[in-house]
Design a protein around this ligand. Sequence first.
Ligand SMILES: [Zn+2]
Length: 387
Amino acid sequence: MYLEATDQHRGWFQSSLMTSIALNNRAPYKTCVTHGFVVDLDGKKISKSSAYEKPVDAGHFVNEHGADLVRLWASSIDYTADVPFSEEIFTRLADTYRRIRNTLRILLGNLYDFTAHPTLSPSTGQAENLTVPANNRLSPGRGEDTGEGSIAMTLVDRWILERLNDVITDCRSAYEAFEFHKVYHAVNQFCAVDLSSLYIDITKDRMYCDAADSPRRRGTQMVMHEIFGALSRLLAPVLAFTAEESWRYSALGGSVHLQEFPPFEHRGHEASDQVAELLKLRGVIGQAIEHARQQKLIGNALEAAVVLHSNADVTTKISKEELEEFFILSDLTIRQGTEASASVTKTAYKKCARCWRHRPAVGTSKEHPDLCDRCESVVSALSEKAR
Ligand SMILES: [Zn+2]
């Protein structure tokens, strides 16, 4: 591969092409990648040979911001055109970097008590990970026996695996075409929106409040394990140090730089279609809750009793328990209606002291009157163990 700036189209690229054809009757390169110039914000070229005052080189920025951030910047730009550059770019980029780093950290934190039993293949040195079967159609209560307990996949788990699959596909083809900015955008979007705002937020309750080996908590950990492994490998060429550092904190073993990119699997988009419908309803509910908050009817969303009118198919297919978890609500009633709408009142249920959700069972137990039924069974099991 020849890599040079656009000024070589009529220079080195061409002269070596002509020489090679004359001598060997073939092109001297298989691939030719050209890039634009780094320019300042006025569009003036910054280069080592220009009359411009001596530019600050990459080493300056590596010392200032770290090599990973400089590499992240290089991956974020569309280098086929001229690239405007200013030091403030690094401030914005640092937010993206922190978001990606935090995502890896949260995933690792949630995996602290999860054993995937990875083994390194003796022939390839590749970590042979526990992978989630592509046709996973497990539902709560129909857990799969993994030896340590059972796991269960809910809608959000299936959805995030479909999204992961899209990200893997997009990043692999972008790397192949040297379109690194597409990798940057795909990973950033996945970390900021799909993981931080949705998946990690929605599964927080089960991760922190369910029994440690509850099937849906273990299912989530299995999914997070899969995401962590894939994300680290996809990031390794760009965030070389960060990916390696987080990989070493995981139980995966070896070095991330000795791994291959995660494989693509056929998962379809059934869960993504359902989540798209739920996100529309989430918007409707969010507006109704915001209105009720302004009216001082409720303090926060967990105090709301929401009646949702909807004709969406998905609300009949997904259990009420999962819908409450998805919308992060305590008290949800679904009614069939022609147009999506939501009304909010203050729930009559009492607040569970442990998970903060308002549940019908709070106050019914003699032993733990301040807990909901889920939390009571978790707490009872824990004190049983301690005895
Ligand atoms: Zn509770």
